[in-house]
Design a protein. Structure first.
Length: 326
């Protein structure tokens, strides 16, 4: 029997009104403009696992993170959390820490608000800093050290669930590896569950148990990490992996990611990926695919993709070797 899910999202969507001000719309006779950032997303996260969400910039993965922690409310659908507490680690360690506060005050804030029993010095030591660092200000630390402070602040709330919104993307490659190792160690020791947001497949291959690939607000493929890297099914997933530099110089043919992400204010009809997909046909241009067996693709459903022929990248990606942004 699989472990019970700690978090579940059911048909979650989130719209944002990006219209011009009312007077401008009146003078220009312009309609309201609604952007659907997250579109009918469903998944579950079991206790103790790491689910990664990946995709190009603007695909909606960070909005999903904010929906999970309640910074946004879903326009439709349901988010259910069955754990004790959740915390969030933000992307930019330079912007997420109050520069006017000492580190001890930053880490103490969740302790004070949530009335936990965490000790500030212990929290700092746990993330590889010293208790004396609590007297310093954020500007006295490097980017990697600041992210350790952010992790200490999150852990001070005694969570069992962490939402990590690209926590290593602003760091150097060598520092990324240190932070990933720290997060893996903390997960094992404290029995944490992660949702890990990233655009970097190298990072995802090192830390995730399962991966959800997002495109224009939807999850187009969801699979265990080893399976996704060895046998990707959705054309977008295959193209992301084909874009990884071939460090082994294997000479395998590669398909570059063609075109650009469509305007989310005017998404294409049918499958949103069809303008960039080499397998698109008339049905793809007309009919939106439903998620069947954890993949949303007419070509996969109809057997028009040779899944026995893997994408060029067939193993874990070396850290720092690739970022999926074109």
């Amino acid at each position: 029997m699989p472990p019970p899910s700690l978090l579940s999202l059911s048909k979650v969507s989130r719209d944002f009104d990006v219209s011009a001000p009312w007077l401008n719309r009146l003078l220009e006779h312009a309609p309201r403009r609604i952007l659907r950032a997250v579109d009918d997303v469903s998944f579950e996260v079991a206790g103790g696992e790491t689910l990664a969400l990946v995709g190009e910039s603007g695909c909606g993965k960070s909005t999903v993170a904010r929906l999970i922690v309640g910074l946004h409310a879903p326009t439709s659908g349901r988010v259910e959390f069955r754990g004790r507490r959740m915390q969030m680690i933000f992307q930019d360690p330079y912007a997420s820490l109050n520069p006017r506060w000492r580190v001890k005050d930053i880490v103490a804030e969740p302790i004070r608000l949530l009335k936990t029993k965490a000790n500030i010095g212990d929290m700092l030591v746990q993330v590889g800093l010293s208790a004396d660092d609590g007297e310093k200000y954020p500007h006295e630390f490097s980017g990697g050290q600041r992210q350790r402070i952010s992790i200490a602040r999150a852990l001070a709330g005694e969570p069992d669930f962490l939402v990590c919104d690209e926590p290593t993307s602003a760091l150097d490659v060598s520092v990324q590896a240190q932070i990933l190792n720290l997060m893996s160690e903390l997960q094992q020791r404290l029995h944490l569950t992660y949702v890990f947001i990233s655009h970097n497949l190298a990072v995802v291959s090192q830390i995730a148990d399962r991966v959800g690939v997002m495109y224009l607000g939807r999850i187009v493929e969801l699979a265990p990490t080893a399976q996704l890297f060895a046998r990707p099914r959705h054309p977008y997933t295959r193209m992301l992996l084909d874009a990884v530099p071939d460090l082994a110089m294997s000479g395998k043919p590669r398909i570059p990611i063609a075109g650009e992400v469509p305007n989310p204010l005017a998404p294409p009809p049918g499958c949103a990926f069809h303008p960039r997909c080499p397998h698109a046909n008339e049905r793809c241009r007309r009919e939106r695919p439903q998620v069947i067996d954890n993949v949303a693709c007419h070509a996969v459903e109809e057997g028009r993709i040779d899944l026995a022929a893997p994408a060029a990248q067939t193993g874990p990606v070396r850290p720092g070797s690739m970022q999926s942004r074109p």
